[in-house]
Design a protein around this ligand. Structure first.
Ligand SMILES: Nc1ncnc2c1ncn2[C@@H]1O[C@H](COP(=O)(O)OP(=O)(O)OP(=O)(O)O)[C@@H](O)[C@H]1O
Length: 246
């Protein structure tokens, strides 16, 4: 689904990731982890088409990212950032409807089928009853669900999320990750989310991408643990190691 070939990225003389080739498949929930400043957001933004200053090649479903037109790109990848859309007066439904922009004409007018997609997307994240509620009156957890509904409405094979669980309490973190897992497993999407929550990454994801600058490891969770990468990078205390999946 997403393929990096001889991929390098950095700022100035500082390489964050260098000479990496790897693939991230569809139907897979991948957690992107690494220490602070390792380059997680930089990598995610590059894959999402928001940072073209990389070397090598990024392919989405066989298309070179550099050759995709913005509208085609928006039909391939949805990006959920930590920013919240809280424009006064906008309803949740309005915000989710933005996700249909790659499919509507210049007027942005929604067809009947666009409206159905918006309603279905809100329903998929359990927010159908919030459709007409104002975004500026949503809690962080509710807001995050609406932003994911917007990504769903974009109807892309890949969804990238930059730290989607920050600001959420523990039950909501696990609930949100369960939702992401079901999008991957039941809808066949390629879902990549960056996180600092190691327990969530290790217990909820199928695969882990670990930025160990300038290397990038991309392995199933169990291999990532058994090969010692987690221990080496995060220096886990014994009590936490005991709770890791084996
Ligand atoms: N526009 C920029 N120009 C120069 N350096 C940058 C720029 N953006 C980020 N950096 C630096 O690149 C490094 C990686 O940043 P990035 O935000 O990708 O890391 P991260 O792994 O997401 O970090 P965190 O876990 O702290 O959110 C950091 O040292 C950061 O200071």
């Amino acid at each position: 689904m997403i393929k990096l070939t001889d991929f390098s990225i950095g700022y100035g003389d500082r390489m964050l990731i260098e000479g990496v080739s790897t693939s991230i498949p569809a139907s897979c929930l991948t957690a992107l982890i690494g220490r602070n400043g390792a380059g997680k957001s930089t990598l995610l933004r590059a894959i999402g088409g928001l940072n073209p200053r990389y070397n090598g090649r990024i392919e989405i479903d066989g298309h070179d990212l550099r050759t995709l037109q913005p509208r085609d790109m928006a039909r391939m990848i949805a990006f959920v950032t930590t920013e919240r859309v809280r424009v006064a007066g906008l309803t949740c439904s309005d915000v989710v409807a933005f996700g249909r922009a790659p499919y509507t004409g210049w007027s942005g007018r929604l067809s009947e089928s666009d409206r159905t997609v918006v309603a279905d997307s809100l329903s998929a994240v359990g927010m159908e009853q919030y459709a007409l509620r104002r975004m500026d009156r949503m809690s962080d957890g509710e807001c995050q669900r609406v932003m994911i509904a917007r990504a769903l409405a974009q109807d892309t094979p890949a969804i990238l999320l930059d730290e989607p669980t920050s600001f959420l309490d523990l039950p909501n973190r696990f609930e949100l990750c369960s939702l992401l897992a079901s999008l991957a497993h039941d809808r066949g999407k390629c879902v990549i989310f960056s996180t600092h929550e190691l327990d969530i990454a290790l217990h909820m994801a199928d695969s882990i991408m670990l930025v160990d600058s300038p290397a990038l490891f991309n392995l199933p969770v169990k291999n990532m643990i058994s090969e010692g990468h987690i221990d080496r990078i995060f220096h886990l205390p014994e009590w936490m190691k005991a709770g890791m999946p084996v």
